[in-house]
Design a protein around this ligand. Structure first.
Ligand code: SAM
Length: 307
């Protein structure tokens, strides 16, 4: 079992407080990763709580199955996208769903997966080997304008245009193939004290894995499998993700839906709210957790309850 997959999971106590797993309950972990949250849910719902889990990363799925072997018979784990949960998890029957979005430290540290700007590897960045495009495809084929939009929209990169222009110039003489090749390019053109490496890499990752659209579909899928009173706990790590989750909560907790392009009174149709927002503000990790696990620093947890 690749040991690096067993990392510290973020906000486990807070997720347990939110979902309150109990024996006999059914739970979903849509981002199993190293199985930290899954394990905690299975322990807390002993002796017979059941867990449906999935992850796009086949290595994570293998690790999770090994790590949860002691609970055999109480889980079903698939290599799958959480936006497809409703296709295989029983509708309207689950007591809790957790989504711990983004990338695991194991993926980040594995140079061969191409997510890190500190380790040299192929510019890949796919969570799943089934995803058709890699970061290298994006960097070497999209237009300057498209690249600029990716950096700006998904990474808030201030120097988006300058970086996109340099990519297009450099690739005329040969493909940009490796993570460090791209990292050095960004460092070379950036005029800021801290070159926007994390932001450039994150924006490519979001684009390659279609993460923002997937989150929206995944939240809808989660709603379909929850039973009334069931809870959804979502951990995000940056403002773009959190905005989508917050907005989802706002829309689903309203007593109307919008039947046009814009939310104007004449386009509103009354309906019952679908969920309650359990806490208005997101929950942040404790100081102790951040001290022990710097990765938790930017985490935000939002909790919703199916009506
Ligand atoms: C932050 S990690 C989860 C860590 C996990 N909660 C734990 O305790 O170890 C995020 C995981 O989500 C997976 N992932 C990202 N997008 C996904 C998606 N759309 N569907 C399923 N898994 C996804 C990644 O492969 C990664 O393993």
């Amino acid at each position: 079992m690749p040991e690096e997959y067993i990392h510290q999971s973020v906000m486990v106590r807070e997720v347990l407080d939110a979902l309150k797993p109990r024996s006999g309950g059914k739970y979903v972990d849509g981002t199993v990763g190293g199985a930290g949250h899954s394990l905690a849910i299975l322990e807390a719902s002993a002796p017979d709580g059941f867990l449906y889990g999935c992850d796009l990363d086949p290595v994570a799925v293998r690790v999770a199955k090994t790590r949860l072997a002691a609970f055999e018979g109480r889980w079903e784990i698939r290599e799958n996208n959480f936006d497809r949960l409703a296709e295989w998890v029983p509708a309207g029957q689950c007591d809790g769903v957790v989504l711990d979005l983004g990338i695991s430290s194991a993926l980040l540290e594995d140079a061969s997966r191409g997510f890190s700007f500190e380790r040299d590897g192929p510019l890949d960045m796919r969570f799943s080997p089934m995803t058709e495009i890699t970061a290298a495809d994006v960097v070497n084929n999209l237009s300057e304008e498209e690249l600029e939009n990716i950096f700006r929209n998904f990474g808030d990169v201030k120097e988006a245009r300058k970086i996109a222009r340099e990519i297009v110039r450099v690739r005329e003489t040969g493909e940009i193939k490796s993570t460090l090749q791209l990292a050095k390019l960004v460092q070379r053109v950036s005029r800021t004290k801290e070159p926007p490496l994390p932001q450039v890499f994150m924006s490519l990752r979001i684009y390659v894995n279609d993460e923002f659209d997937v989150i929206e579909r995944g939240l809808d899928s989660a709603l379909k499998v929850l039973k009334p009173g069931g809870r959804l706990a979502v951990i995000t790590f940056h403002s773009g993700e959190d905005r989508i989750v917050k907005n989802f909560g706002r829309i689903k907790s309203r007593d109307y839906e919008v039947v046009g392009e814009v939310d104007l009174p004449e386009f509103r149709r009354t309906r019952k709210p679908i969920l309650n927002i359990v806490f208005k503000k997101p929950i942040c990790p404790s100081e102790g957790e951040v001290r022990n696990n710097p990765r938790a620093r930017s985490a935000k947890l939002r909790i919703f309850e199916r009506i």
